[in-house]
Design a protein around this ligand. Structure first.
Ligand code: NOJ
Length: 546
């Protein structure tokens, strides 16, 4: 187990940790079947240690029919054979800890797979049975119950209710293969507490809690129709007493989980994936609840000076109110990679990847990358913890034109092929410039990589001081000395330039405007792009100065 002597040892290690998200299917294929796996990850851990991250977060690797990339778990205490074995998991943890990397695993408590033993038992046992009581079965509306119990929509499109052979309906806020559990049932709570302990005993350092804002629901009948407000995608709803999302009593679950995490030595942590209305996130990180919550407001912020200063102020204030450290995140496996997002024309329908006139948008990739690099220096200078999504350190962009027949995201199918879904940010990592999968594994990858990724493969970037990979490792190295947890003092807040100073004296300046900007006096430690000949900061560039 990790203990004193590691690089980041101030007790509450997560407060300034840089946590690297490994999307297991797409990181590194050790077996050659074209799909990433645990042995593949273990083999690449040295590269992550060299990058300078503090921890990794593994997306679900449990047995799963893969209706939603593994977020449909059939058995919470084992490893999907495609990804390896429990012994492979133990090897991964041991190697990571040897290298000083902590490991966080994903826990998916809102729903199970429909192949989970509990759901199979619920189907077999019939209406009114104790087996059904662990899920959310209801009778339908109308004289013969043929109408769903409410008009609720699934987050991936289509209805959130599916009817079973005996006529009852069950709730699934995601795909029909992901039935929602009833968290008011004591067996559900006990089971997940046991699952936490199972992985804690295998020495994981923490959990990322999937759909953390959705566990508690109010399904007391009569159910109310909610229309578009039944899906959680849009944070603006923020309805009081919403029957499905961000209910006050969800926090009781996390208070219980915190007690379990604290039983271990050193205490383990948990981070909430909670898409909630502004101002509601701090509730998840109160002193007796979770340690972190992803800051999706930051991820959703458009490339605009005022929008960034505002979200930084709001995020810091919200976490300070409860004594938590803020987190920052720019990309993950559910959103368009930020190197593309920051160059998307405003009018683009990102679901279909089309402009309103039906034409494909032209994306200025160089502009996107320039902004992405600047955003990285901004994020790494801010007080708190930062999440990095695999491949962003290579400057990978979204792949919007994958062959339609290869798309796997359920969103694509559930939206009637309207929404292209999230496969474009899940394309396997290019490690080498050549080979059938650019070093991802010995065989062809499960999603094809763009030709241009050869030139930006890990191997090509590692010795190039101007590469995005080297920018990340340099920023992470300097961050240990100059940034991390704490506070900031604003030097400039727009209209085009944002600048702040950290306790160490480090100043971070970001130029969002169209023209060059002056830099404060001092030594430039690192910049996201070349400065002008006169030593000024060009547009869409950031620099750190002491
Ligand atoms: C959030 C996960 O990040 C996403 O990939 C998944 O589809 C949903 N939760 C449902 O589990």
């Amino acid at each position: 187990m990790i203990d004193a002597g590691m690089a980041n040892q101030r007790g509450q290690w997560w407060r300034d940790a840089v946590i690297y998200q490994v999307y297991v299917r797409s990181f590194s294929d050790g077996t050659g079947d074209g799909v990433g796996d645990l042995p593949g990850i273990t083999r690449r851990l040295t590269q992550l240690a060299d990058l300078g991250v503090d921890a990794i977060w593994l997306t679900p690797f449990y047995p799963s029919p893969m209706a939603d990339g593994g977020y449909d778990v059939a058995d919470y205490r084992d490893v999907e054979p495609q990804f390896g074995t429990l012994a492979d998991f133990d090897d991964l943890i041991a190697r990571a800890h040897q290298l000083g990397l902590r490991v966080i695993v994903d826990i998916v408590p809102n729903h199970t797979s429909d192949r989970h033993a509990w759901f199979q038992a619920a189907l077999a046992a019939g209406p009114g049975s104790p087996e059904r009581a662990r899920y959310l079965f209801r009778d339908g509306r109308g004289p013969d119950g043929a109408q769903p119990p409410a008009d609720w929509m699934s987050n991936f499109g289509g209805p959130a209710w599916t009817r079973v052979a005996d006529g009852q309906w069950y709730l699934h806020l995601f795909t029909p293969e992901q039935p929602d559990l009833d968290w008011s049932h004591p067996q559900v709570r006990a089971e997940f507490e046991a699952i936490l302990r199972f992985w804690l005993d295998r020495e994981v350092d923490g959990f990322r809690i999937d759909v953390a804002h959705g566990l508690s629901k109010n399904l007391v009948e009569p159910l109310t129709d909610l229309g578009a407000a039944s899906v959680d995608k849009n944070l603006r709803y923020g309805l009081d007493d919403h029957p499905l999302w961000d209910r006050d009593d969800v926090h009781e679950i996390y208070r219980d989980w915190r007690k379990i995490l604290d039983e271990y030595s050193p205490p383990r942590i948990a981070v909430a994936e909670a898409w909630v209305a502004p101002g509601r996130l701090g509730r998840y990180v109160r002193g007796d609840e979770l340690h972190q919550a992803f800051n999706f407001q930051f991820l959703l912020t458009p490339w605009e000076c005022g929008a960034f200063t505002e979200v930084i102020d709001e995020s810091l204030a919200e976490s300070a109110e409860v004594g938590a450290a803020t987190t920052w995140v720019l990309s993950n496996h559910d959103v368009i990679r930020h190197a593309t997002r920051y160059a998307l024309p405003m009018q683009v329908d990102a679901a279909q990847w089309l402009l309103s006139d039906g034409t494909q948008p032209t994306i200025d990739a160089a502009l996107g990358l320039r902004r992405a690099r600047a955003a990285t220096l901004l994020m790494m200078a801010l007080p708190g913890s930062a999440y990095v999504y695999q491949g962003e350190e290579l400057g990978l962009f979204e792949v919007p034109d994958l062959p339609r027949e290869l798309l796997q995201d359920p969103t694509w199918h559930r939206s009637g092929h309207h929404d292209k879904g999230r496969d474009g940010c899940r394309v396997p990592i290019p490690w080498e410039p050549d080979g059938p999968s650019l070093g991802f594994g010995p065989g062809a990858p499960w999603l094809p990589q763009p030709q241009q990724w050869s030139a930006i493969s890990h191997a090509r970037q590692v010795d190039d001081p101007s590469s995005t990979l080297r920018l990340y490792s340099e920023a992470l190295r300097l961050r240990r000395q100059f940034a991390g947890d704490g506070s900031l003092r604003w030097i400039e807040k727009g209209p085009h330039v944002l600048a702040f100073q950290r306790e160490s004296g480090l100043a971070c300046v970001v130029n969002f405007g169209p023209d060059d900007a002056a830099l404060p006096a001092g030594e430039v430690l690192v910049a996201s792009g070349p400065l002008t000949g006169a030593g000024r900061l060009p547009a869409d560039t950031a620099a750190w100065i002491v």
